[in-house]
Design a protein around this ligand. Structure first.
Ligand code: IMP
Length: 431
């Protein structure tokens, strides 16, 4: 029963795209279970950069099934553009794509509402800093039982009914916000007919397809989006995304049971970043933060926004390990730390504060300075390392320190953006 879940262990942007791309070489099915095009997964394949927002990172391997689960929210315009641009690069030439009939759709009015609410919140100083892709409003409609699902594209009567329900809620809000956008039911019905034609060959029951794969001994990789600290239930609420980004989201967002999951690997950067508003205990202001942003090229793959940067936060990582039931830890962007004059690590918060229990906005980090990385040989040796033995001693000590503190073994280390710049420390899909 070889299944593996890969999730973000921080505030998103941990390098899931690259890690899933590497692991997908061994997978038969890669299925995404949550989020929408708020995510941006950057892959570098033979020197070429590919950014995907909806299509799972398995898309670079011909024949690997790439599935979008019912826990996702899909903007059909963005999805089609993304698929066509991947096809133009020679990818997804076969029938690899699958889309859940139960996934919810993002329409133009969700996007418009997301942006308008953010604009309005900025004048009241309570902005979340969303990606403005309509993700929150689409999940809100889902919870409000007026959401529009992929299956509704194939039933014009039900679609009209749902659109009218959405209109009854959204139009008064547009009016209140002083905007002239209105839900255009007729235009959306006509667009929907075209989307239905295009999507028809891909749609199905993703839970069933994954279960059949598992029963047949296939390797199924479940790909997360965002990260534990952005999870709607377990993250830094309300500064979170609107879905369950933790491993438990696989069960609801795909439609398989918890007993079907073998391993959960969490991805963490060797430091921490966050984009958008909300608590970030190890955030670095000033020159040190700027240096980290520059060294790590920390700009959002979806919005281009500069990410806030800070030291690795062990209390947050321990918490992420628990809420995810993590069995392995993948540490990315280790090479970036080798470019810095000084490295620190957050080992605890002052006053014994804890994530999950205390408000992280009030948490002050207890920091420890890490020795040994300032040797000029460390950076080049690290980037060239492909085995544990080749990892320079201070970096190995840093990995051991993280693993001991979190109580989870480091199973993969990434020392550069390319596929080959990866050190595999444990086999995926051992089952
Ligand atoms: P939303 O998901 O667009 O509603 O945004 C809610 C919060 O989650 C904001 O702080 C976003 O910056 C953050 N967020 C959403 N998706 C990602 C991601 O893929 N990486 C990092 N932050 C994200």
């Amino acid at each position: 029963m070889p299944t593996l879940v890969v999730v973000g262990a921080q505030w998103g942007d941990e390098g899931k795209g690259k890690v899933v791309d590497v692991l997908a070489s061994k997978a038969d099915i890669v299925a995404r279970f949550a989020g929408g095009n708020n995510a941006g997964h950057t892959l570098v394949v033979e020197g070429q950069q590919i950014i995907t927002h909806l299509v799972p990172s398995g898309c670079t391997y011909p024949g690997t099934i790439c599935a979008l689960g019912s826990g996702m929210v899909i903007d059909p315009v963005v999805f089609r553009e993304e698929v066509e641009s991947l096809q133009a690069l020679g990818l997804l030439q076969g029938d690899e794509l699958r889309v859940s009939l139960g996934a919810h759709l993002i329409f133009d009015f969700h996007r418009a509402l997301d942006g308008l609410r953010e604009d309005r919140a900025s004048t009241h100083d309570n902005q979340i800093g969303t990606t403005r892709r309509g993700v929150g409003p689409a999940y809100e409609a889902k919870a409000g039982r007026r959401g529009i699902r992929v299956r509704d594209l194939f039933d014009a009567n039900r679609l009209r009914e749902r659109l009218l329900q959405c209109k009854a809620v959204a139009d008064p809000e547009f009016e209140r916000l002083g905007h002239d956008h209105r839900v255009d039911v007729d235009r959306l019905l006509s667009d929907a007919a075209e989307w239905a034609r295009w999507l028809e060959p891909m749609v199905g029951d993703i839970g069933e397809e994954c279960q059949q794969g598992i029963d047949a001994g296939k390797r199924v990789l479940f790909e997360g989006a965002q990260g534990a600290m952005l999870d709607v239930d377990h993250g830094t609420y309300p500064f979170v995304t609107s879905s369950n980004a933790i491993s438990g989201g696989v069960c609801t967002g795909i439609g398989i049971g918890p007993t079907q999951i073998d391993d959960v690997w969490g991805i963490t950067k060797a430091y921490t970043t966050r984009v958008g508003a909300g608590p970030f205990p190890t955030r670095l202001d000033g020159a040190e933060g700027n240096g980290l942003r520059k060294a790590g090229n920390e700009y959002g793959a979806t919005t281009g926004r500069p990410r806030d940067c800070g030291w690795l936060d062990l209390p947050a990582l321990r918490y992420a390990a628990r809420v995810n039931g993590m069995s392995g830890l993948c540490v990315t962007k280790l090479d970036v730390l080798a470019e810095l004059p000084r490295i620190q690590l957050c080992t605890a918060y002052e006053d014994g504060r804890l994530p999950g229990k205390d408000d992280l906005a009030l948490a002050r980090p207890v920091l420890e300075t890490i020795e040994g990385w300032d040797d000029p040989d460390v950076g080049p040796a690290l980037r060239a390392a492909r085995t544990r033995e080749q990892i320079p001693a201070p970096v190995r000590a840093y990995l051991d320190r993280i693993s001991d503190a979190v109580g989870v073994p480091v199973v993969l280390a990434s020392v550069g953006p390319g596929r080959e710049e990866t050190i595999t420390l444990a086999d995926a899909f051992e089952g």
